[in-house]
Structures are given as C-alpha cells and as structure tokens.
Design a protein around this ligand. Sequence first.
Ligand SMILES: Nc1ncnc2c1ncn2[C@@H]1O[C@H](COP(=O)(O)OP(=O)(O)OP(=O)(O)O)[C@@H](O)[C@H]1O
Ligand SMILES: [Mg+2]
Length: 503
Amino acid sequence: MAPDSPRLRMEGITKSFPGVKALKGVSFDLRPGEVHALVGENGAGKSTLLKIMTGIHPDYSGVFEYDGAPVHFRSIRDAQEAGISIVHQELNMMGDLTVAQNIFIGRESRSLFISDRELNRRAQRLIDDYDIGVEPTALLRELSVGKAQLVEIARALSFPATQVLILDEPTAALSEAESLDLLERVRRLRDGGVSVVYVSHRMHEIMAVSDRVTVLRDGENAGTVATADTTMNGIIEMMVGRQVINAPKTRSNVPRDAPVVLRADSLTSPDVKGVSFTLRAGEILGLAGLVGAGRTELMRIVAGADRASSGTVEVRGRARSFRHPHDAIRAGIAYLSEDRKRYGLLLGLSVADNSVLPSYDLVSTGPVVRNGAVSRVTRRYVEQLRIKTPSIHQATRNLSGGNQQKVVLAKWLLRDVDILIFDEPTRGIDIGARAEIYQLMNDLAAEGKSILLVSSDLDEVLHMSDRVLVMCEGRLTGELDIADATQVKIMELATKQEERDAA
Ligand SMILES: Nc1ncnc2c1ncn2[C@@H]1O[C@H](COP(=O)(O)OP(=O)(O)OP(=O)(O)O)[C@@H](O)[C@H]1O
Ligand SMILES: [Mg+2]
C-alpha cells in the first residue's frame, strides 16, 4: 500500500430497505491515521454505511476496497478479522452477562481456557485504565446507560489488532467530562496510526477531533471537507441546508411569583443523598452532572419509578407518595426515560402505536381506540418533529436511532401533564430537529408547564434552562440562576468532592 493511498475506499454504495433507499451511490474514503467524521441529519444513512463497512449489511452494491484490494464483508467476523471494530449507536451488549463477560465475549482465545478469575482480572485492568468505576462481576443490565456505554467503548478500543475504529455516536450517553476523555483517547489512537470514523451530532466534538468531515444528506454525499478549512456553521449548513441559531438563554423567563408546583425535600436512596429542590410553574430546571451523579436516580424517585428510603415529595402543596409511575402520571408528572430501549419504545410496534401508547385514553371512546384519532395525532408529530419514516405504520425497529428518539418524545409530548421530566431528550437527535424540540419545550413552558431537564450536553443545559442544579456523587453541589451559569462553573460543581472533616 502506498503511504498516502486510503486504507479504506467506498464508491457508489447503494443500499435499499423495503420502502426506503437508504444510500444512493455514496462515496467515502479513510486514510491511515486520520479521524474522519461522518455527519448528517437523522436518517441520512450514516449507520447504514457503517454497517456495510462492518459486514452487518452484506447486501449492497458498489465498490469497497480495503488496503487497496476489493472486499465484500459478509459478517461482523469478516470485518473484525480485517482489523475493523465498531461501537454501535445502540448499546449492543448482553444485559444478563457480567461486565467482564461482555468485554471479552467472542474473543476468548480459542486454544486457551481462561478462568472467570482471569477474565475478571483482565477486565478490572481495563476498567481501571478507563476509570469507569464498575465491578467486573456486575451484570450489564444493572448499569446506567452512560456506564454501559463506557464499557462498550473500552471493549472496542482494547482490540489489539484494530486498524479501523468506527464510533457511531459514542458520546451520546456521556457527559462533557467523559466525552473530553474519549476525544483524547481517539487522538492518541490516531497518532498511533489507527484510522477512526467518528459519527456525532455534537458539532463541537467534530470540530475538536476530526481531520476531515463527510456530510451525508438523504442517502447522498453532500461533500467532504478538511475540518481546518471549514467552520461549525459551514458544516451545519451542508447538513441541513440552512443556518441553525443556538444562542444560550441569558436570563430566566420565570416570573418571581410563579407558584411552586413541585417540592422535593431531603430525598434519599442508595444513589441520592438528601437532595432538596423546588420547581416552579413555567420553569425549565436543568440538571447537570457527570455520568453516575445520581440525576436519573433522583428523577426516578420523583416519577414514582423508584422509592426513596426517606424524604418527601409535594406536588402543588400536597404530600405525595408514589408507588408506581402510574401514580405520578395521575398526579400530573410524566417521565421520559433516558433509556429508550429498555423503557421507551416497543420496537416491534409501529410509529403510531408507540406514539399513542401512554395516551390511549385520549384517542379512545371507552375501550374502543379511534384509529382516525391515532393517525391524526401521530401524523401531527411526525410532521412537527420531522420523523423520517416511510409511513406511520412502519415498525420503530426500522427507524434510524435519532428518529426512534423522536417517537419517544412524541409519545410524551402528547401526554397532557403539568410536569414533564425529560432525561436526555435530544440524545442522538440532529441539530435541525433539536431546534424544533427546543421550540416545543419553550412553548410548553410558556403555557405554564414545568420541565425538569436532565442533560449531559452543557450547551443544551445553558440553552434551555431558567435555573441549573448540579449534582455530584448523589449530592446536590450547587444551584445557578441561568444569568450566572457558565460551562466552567457547572463543570466545577459537577466534580466537587464532598468536604471531609480533617481527621
Ligand atoms: N433495517 C431497516 N429496515 C428498514 N429501513 C431501515 C433499516 N435500517 C435503516 N433504515 C432506514 O434507512 C435510512 C437511513 O438510516 P440510518 O440508520 O443509516 O440513519 P442515520 O444517518 O444513522 O440516522 P441517525 O442520526 O438517526 O442515527 C432511514 O430512513 C431508516 O429508516
Ligand atoms: Mg445512526
């Protein structure tokens, strides 16, 4: 292979699914030791292209060369043996296996028998190296989405023979600090000669880590540029065909006398340590913190999904003790979970059925579901959120990751409650659609609804919140009015260790 010839080259790649032409003659090349970002709106075809590169979709047409020779991978194993490994957009691990088993699955040395003890020891080394803070023997399904994602990244990065590393939205479930750490690791791998394909909807990451950017639009190339020769706005315009303005909020929109609708006092559970806060009518209250800070755990208590061992929740002045999320919904609180695969969507059901699932009472007369009403409300959200699907009857499994997330959101926006808890609502959602979702959230707040916004994206927290709470290791470490909030202040509070009495 000549020194400047590409390690991987694709040309005229075409791939169809029933009712959808996902890729229409796409070209892409990857040089040794470069980070090549692949960007585009939800449904543009990014994951499909990556799945062709890694042998998951063997039925496509077009040219695919690897190290100068034509290849056609027919299985993940084919690609892996050629030195290509991937971190998928959707977590791809086995919930019932341990962390260690997940890390080493499919690559226990065939001739050598490795004991569980040895497996755990090797996993522990990796866990320490990545500072993940989990037990090798913990079951994967017991981990938060963020921790599970860190395990998956560590797994992919630890294959010794990897020449091409593909990361499909690796930081979607990570906070700012963990993302920065990952970007640093990606740079080191690149400097060691590994080629990286990097997919993300977080534009500042693309600018920070990539050497070149390829933009896909509707299954076609919209251009490839050197990152140094372009700007963030330049890339966004190639992606969505227009400017997207994302200015941070500079002052709170909540009137001083807005009534308190939710009051949490000293909530305590294994992962939450005596947290108190209030939420006002019409307020968007941001919750920032690192992965594992306890934000989701706190929200699950407020939403009736978990019980607190002590502490109280008052809704509009009335003490409440929820035993089940249904109790919270009846009290006017809806919770959009961060984990769409486990709690958010029934992947086998259609877009329409998923959208109306928690709201059957709104589209039914007695026990009879009015199909006309289902179609009407679903179409409204498909249009408003620009959900890319051939029809509202498509199984959600077949939608792109970001479009699945939009269906989850539609489901909760439909629900008529006063308090909405959004846990990572725009994870994996493209920058254009994100602006629409922000608008919807602002409209809800202007109507007097209150929103608790858990987000690992600091831009999002600063863009949307009237007030920001910051958590670290289960404790509330600070509260900032949006007028005083900055990235730096939030990061400081998010890593503020407990002050221990000097011994
Ligand atoms: N298994 C499938 N069956 C049917 N259609 C599919 C399937 N996989 C993907 N598609 C469709 O192909 C198109 C491209 O999807 P893809 O997942 O590649 O998008 P993406 O660019 O990765 O989007 P996102 O940013 O949301 O992850 C979409 O219209 C999607 O609905
Ligand atoms: Mg994708």
